[in-house]
Design a binder for this molecule. Structure first.
Ligand code: ADP
Ligand code: ZN
Length: 684
């Protein structure tokens, strides 16, 4: 049969298609185009192709006339009538693949709903089967209740001007919390709709509150599509189809909303630009900010980032002139920023000769608020009751079977839990190593904070908001509603309460221990702490009464706390920038983390050394530094032992090229998994 086909085709030029498959470390594969595929095939279509002993779905990324190679297999079938991936999406995916070190197919798998890679149905049939048109297309009605402040007006006009002309560089809207950034986003999107253009607005998932969604729904009605990461495959497909068919013109969502298939894109907004959740922690390990920059370039639209605390990368880009910075320095309704007081727990310890959870100052202020019936937020970025359990006799710390991590005791479930792999064990009474009945519970999380607060203020109504509570459906919303109604006095929580939590009656915020994020072994720990404290402080004093913030710390003299106290971003930025410059950390260099994982420790070290040697051999001159190999701070995680090499250099492209070349020269044992993380946001 095959022989016969070949002889018929022999007179025609032979067509080959390059097909990207979602498979790690692979270039597109060549397939032969035969039979009825010849009339149909176009770049950007899905095809079913044989791969190894199965068939799989891939995307055509190129078509060429070519002489026959031996052993090239033909395409089974072309699945689409029309290209499903647009040329510039292919281009965006290729850029992601090259920059973030994955295969082109893996990156395309990211920009398309996953569903399309698992079903062979054509787009037309999918539309027929899954599209759910909405009743009406209401025209845009500007329901904006306010006129803009002077600062808002200036920023708005400048961005509008860029939208109407040739946008060149990204814009940073650098505005303190409550300065009215969201209002500016809404108006820009409206302007865009009037011009027949579409918009994407990204929020970090955790900050995408009901309040924000509500504001968008009110303004854009059924022209809006909201994406979120909990959509099922079919829901995701339906949302994608509504956008693809042009019914939705505004997309709101987390990182993945960037890939909504909008036509005529005019604006990409990224709120809370500094959020690390914009970086995906699985392949492709892309950062939505960089991908958005690329998308804006490809679709010639404006990319607008908004935040009170820009990353060093973005602030530095503004200083260099590769991005434009617009400042909102005042709160809309002239409300003062809260007063921040730092309490030195080391002093308190000296005085009392014992560690305390709540300093006298914090207790005093909480009591005042309870008296006046004003809301209190208590922040601690660690959940659970005790964060470690150790044996007083032999010193053993109870740790996870699969990770080199201490187990956290959770009072509510009565279990010891690993926060990295969720391994759970019942509470034990005797030390597993020496059998002495002398286990002591130490460290504290939100559960313990809640219980200690209850002891100190027995008549206060206290609730807790963290991801353990959030697992119970509707529970968080219920707590927030009760808090709003004044039925709860104090809310204790993790970073879930630091973001997008807007309660006018909150006039006091207490940070139980600022040191947790400050002392992480991570070059971004200062930045993370400053951002978190600014955000937490922003929760206080959103109503009539000015807010107060009390930050407790054993490192009270740390320069980051000083900057957070005066809420002086520029002070923080100037000192942090100089430190980074001196140590050659981002934004003054890029890092690439090459991680080696294996279930057995054997050969991990040898292979990482071998790869380092190969890298040194292909590297030209001094283009990057190689640090390591060394074990990662969390040496054992989820049953895997982990070593890494860290590359530090100016050009990601040239480092990636050398990594690819070096990988071609070594033989990786199959027991070792290799993972390349470009611009990592955390190196634990
Ligand atoms: P940000 O996003 O900068 O933190 P928001 O956009 O949430 O600030 O604005 C804070 C509050 O001020 C919101 O309740 C918003 O509705 C209101 N607001 C925004 N702009 C104005 C304005 N020009 N006049 C009056 N209120 C405004
Ligand atoms: Zn674990």
């Amino acid at each position: 049969m095959l022989e016969l086909d070949l002889s018929i085709e022999a007179a025609k030029p032979i067509l080959r298609a390059q097909v990207a498959l979602p498979i790690p470390f692979s270039e597109p594969y060549d397939y032969e185009v035969t039979g009825e595929s010849l009339d149909k095939i176009q770049v950007g279509m899905r095809v079913r192709v044989p791969f190894r002993s199965q068939t799989t779905i891939g995307i055509v990324v190129g078509i060429s006339k070519g002489s026959r190679f031996r052993g090239i297999r033909p395409i089974d079938r072309v699945l689409d009538q029309e290209p499903i991936v647009r040329p510039f999406d292919l281009e965006l995916a290729r850029w992601i693949a090259e920059f973030y070190f994955c295969s082109w197919g893996e990156a395309i798998d990211q920009v398309l709903p996953h569903f399309l890679f698992s079903r062979e149905m054509a787009l037309e049939d999918l539309l027929e089967r899954y599209s759910s048109p909405r009743d009406s297309q209401q025209p845009v009605i500007s329901k904006s209740p306010h006129s803009l402040t002077e600062e808002q007006e200036i920023a708005f006009n400048r961005i509008l001007e860029k939208m109407k002309s040739h946008p060149d560089k990204p814009v940073l809207l650098h505005g303190i919390t409550g300065s009215g950034k969201t209002e500016i986003y809404l108006r820009l999107i409206e302007e865009n709709l009037r011009d027949g253009k579409t918009s994407i607005c990204l929020f970090p998932e955790i900050a995408l509150s009901e309040q924000i969604k509500h504001g968008f729904i009110e303004r854009f009605a059924d022209q809006l599509e909201i994406f979120h990461s909990r959509l099922t495959g079919v829901e995701q497909l339906k949302a994608w189809l509504r956008v693809k068919s042009g019914q939705a013109k505004v997309v709101l969502g987390p990182r993945s909303a960037l890939f909504a298939p909008l036509e005529n894109l005019g604006l990409i907004i990224m709120d809370e630009e500094q959020e690390f959740t914009y970086k995906q922690d699985q392949v492709p390990r892309y950062h939505a900010r960089e991908a958005a920059k690329k998308l804006a370039e490809l679709s010639k639209c404006v990319f607008l980032m908004g935040t009170a605390t820009p990353t060093l990368e973005t602030r530095w880009a503004c200083e260099q002139g590769t991005a434009e910075r617009l400042v909102l320095s005042k709160r809309v309704v002239d409300r003062k920023l809260p007063e921040v007081e730092i309490v030195d727990l080391a002093e308190e310890f000296k005085r009392k000769k014992r560690p305390v959870i709540f300093s006298d100052r914090l207790k005093e202020e909480i009591a005042k608020n309870l008296e006046l019936k004003q809301g209190v937020l208590i922040f601690l970025n660690r959940r659970g009751f005790s964060t470690f359990v150790h044996c007083l006799k032999c010193g053993t710390i109870l740790s996870c079977k699969h990770c080199q991590v201490s187990l956290t005791f959770h009072m509510e479930t009565g279990k010891l839990i690993c926060h990295y792999c969720n391994y759970q064990s019942a509470v034990v009474l005797n030390c597993p190593s020496c059998n002495a009945p002398n286990l002591k519970y130490g460290g504290m999380g939100t559960e313990k904070t809640e219980s200690e607060l209850g002891k100190a203020f027995p008549r206060a109504k206290i609730a807790r908001v963290d991801s353990d509570v959030a697992r119970k459906r509707g529970k968080v919303d219920q707590i927030l509603a009760e808090f709003k109604a004044g039925k709860i006095d104090i809310v204790v929580g993790t970073q879930m309460i630091a973001k997008g939590f807007d309660f006018p009656q909150v006039t006091l915020v207490g940070v139980v221990l600022a040191d947790i994020s400050l002392s992480l072994p991570d070059f971004r720990s200062s930045e993370k702490t400053f951002q978190l404290l600014t955000q937490v402080a922003g929760r206080a004093g959103r109503g009539e009464v000015p807010g107060r913030v009390i930050v407790q710390s054993y490192l009270a003299h740390h320069h980051v706390l000083k900057a957070a106290q005066t809420q002086d971003y520029e002070l923080f930025y100037n000192s942090e920038r100089d430190t980074r410059k001196e140590l050659l950390y981002p934004p003054f260099a890029h890092l690439i983390n090459i991680i080696f994982k294996s279930k057995s420790e054997k050969s991990l070290y040898d292979f990482s050394r071998e790869l380092k040697a190969a890298l040194e051999a292909v590297r030209t001159g001094d283009e990057f530094k190689i640090m390591g190999p060394s074990p990662l701070p969390l040496y054992k995680l989820k049953g895997f032992f982990r070593w890494h090499l860290m590359l530090k250099g100016e050009s990601v492209e040239s480092m990636n090229r050398d990594i690819r070349q070096a990988l071609g020269k070594v033989k990786k044992p199959s027991s070792i998994q290799l993972l390349v993380d470009v611009d990592p946001v955390s190196v634990l």
